[in-house]
Design a protein around this ligand. Structure first.
Ligand code: 48F
Length: 260
């Protein structure tokens, strides 16, 4: 088979990347919501927000999205969700099998890639390899993030003198998982206190994570496992229903606050 690709120069390829990135980055210097962390809760929150017409930017420190959603647990490619959260996966078109009454199993790569695709399709913008370094706080409310390229944090000190930049937003969502990175920035300034995650107790943890998903400080909503860290709730292991429903709840809270 003969094939002839469109003729372009090397620098046109570079130019296309630089121009498009710069245009989009400039457009998102201010967003309505910035989601920090692209695991299941952050992706779900960003997808639901963008689907409702909210201008949302998601920042993720890794070069891939999905966080703990790529693998169910124990390095095995299956993940579980408990009813009623299977509905979220059904909406995404993820094949499911009911293992026991109300406990569903899915292929982790399939579920994660569908959620990522749906988030991109929703219109949420995504910045990979961008790491939250700090938050912007004006008049006792969070109103943005301070970020740097993840690569900068891996450089040796003598060559890592790179100042971060700020991005503004009406609301920030902490979806950074167990580490609750955004909350920790406020805690370091004694603006709030986190309790630290409790021991494993799946039957309690999932309901609690969803019901405690909330605005923890003016302008800052917490979702996913960061909720456990904030309130000292038990952890839940490789089941993801609460992550999906907590992300959806975070989006509802944000939409309500924005008055959309
Ligand atoms: O850890 P992660 O998947 O958080 P989650 O959405 O879901 C937790 C579950 O995966 C699982 C569980 C329950 O089922 O116990 O662990 O709460 O995703 C968090 C994402 O945040 C990114 C990180 O790389 C991951 O993709 N992240 C963490 N710190 C930063 C960050 C940071 N400083 N800046 C940007 N992204």
């Amino acid at each position: 088979m003969n094939i002839s690709f469109a003729s372009v120069s090397e620098n046109q390829i570079t130019g296309a990347i630089v121009a498009e990135f710069a245009k989009e980055f400039e457009r998102y210097l201010e967003s309505e919501v910035i989601v920090v962390g692209g695991g299941p809760s952050g992706l779900m929150a960003a997808k639901e927000l963008a689907s409702s017409g909210v201008k949302v930017l998601l920042i993720e420190k890794n070069n891939y999205l999905g966080g703990g959603f790529w693998l169910g647990g124990f390095l095995m490619n299956k993940l579980t969700v408990r009813a009623p959260a299977q509905e979220c996966l059904e909406e995404l078109g993820v094949p499911l099998r009911e293992y026991t009454d109300g406990l569903f199993v899915a292929d982790a790569a399939h579920a994660c890639s569908k959620l990522i695709a749906a988030t991109c399709d929703s219109g949420a913008r995504i910045l990979n390899m961008v790491m939250l370094e700090d938050v912007v706080v004006h008049d006792d409310a969070v109103c943005g993030v301070v970020v740097n390229w993840t690569a900068v944090s891996t450089l040796p000190q003598p060559v890592a003198c790179v100042d971060p930049v700020s991005l503004e937003s009406h609301l920030v969502i902490d979806a950074t998982g167990h580490e609750a990175v955004v909350l920790k920035k406020l805690e370091a300034r004694k603006l709030l206190e986190t309790k630290g995650e409790g021991a494993m107790w799946v039957d309690k943890s999932e309901d609690l994570v969803v019901t405690r998903t909330s605005e923890l400080y003016p302008g800052l909503i917490v979702t996913g496992m960061a909720v456990s860290t904030a309130f000292g709730l038990p952890r839940m292991g490789p089941t993801f229903g609460a992550m999906l429903l907590s992300g959806r709840r975070a989006a509802e809270i944000a939409i309500d606050k924005l008055g959309h």
